[in-house]
Design a protein. Structure first.
Length: 192
């Protein structure tokens, strides 16, 4: 089939970042992580980074307008048109899902698959407390999960309505989760 275009949804701490990195390498598609892009902007103190830092530290979402522009620009780059993408951390709101759909539509493209990497709230909370990243204070974790439930969970229905959604359990060892994800993606590839 032609290039794969995949979205991965999953709560913070679901292991989505690690799995997306491995899947990107394994299938030769470009891993686009909005969190990584924003952290890089903070690190290099760009104008965007300076705006985003406080928002990220508080566990809030950067505005749809900003994030949609960043992703549209990234998706328009040659490496992504040539190899496809695996989107990690985007879309997270209804407006982002809509923007992505429109962005792909004007390019004559569509999404192949949306995967929900499912890990329950209790488990992801524990995992995040254990990894102790700088922005993983207990308050920020609680806030980020709450925003996820409110803003991102409704997208499951959005993708289901478009027959794009597959749910994969993110529980168990990393390699096992990876095999599960590969199984689903290989299935899509063989259908096309
Ligand atoms: P997490 O999944 O733990 O929130 P990410 O690396 O995906 O970690 O994102 C880190 C932060 O970057 C988020 O808390 C949010 O502030 C911002 N961010 C990332 N992706 C988006 C997005 N699609 N929309 C708005 N803000 C985003």
């Amino acid at each position: 089939m032609e290039n794969l275009r995949i979205v991965i949804l999953g709560r913070q701490g679901s292991g989505k970042g690690t799995q997306c990195l491995r899947l990107g390498e394994s299938y030769g598609v470009i891993h686009i992580s909005t969190g990584d892009m924003l952290r890089a902007a903070v690190e290099s103190q760009t104008e965007l980074g300076q705006k985003a830092k406080a928002i990220m530290d508080a566990g809030d979402l950067v505005s749809d307008e900003i994030i949609n522009a960043i992703v549209a620009q990234r998706i328009g780059m040659n490496d992504v048109s040539e190899n496809g993408f695996i989107l990690d951390g985007y879309p997270r709101t209804a407006s982002q899902a809509q923007a992505l759909e429109e962005e792909l539509l004007v390019k004559g493209l569509k999404l192949d698959l949306a995967i929900n990497l499912e890990v329950p709230v209790s488990e992801v909370t524990q995992r995040m407390l254990d990894r102790s990243r700088a922005d993983d204070t207990e308050e920020a974790i609680r806030r980020r999960l709450e925003i996820y439930e409110n803003e991102t969970t409704p997208l499951l229905e959005w993708f289901e309505d478009r027959n794009n959604l597959v749910v994969v359990s993110g529980l168990g060892p990393e390699d096992e989760v990876f095999s599960r994800l590969k199984g689903v993606i290989d299935g899509i590839i063989s259908e096309n």
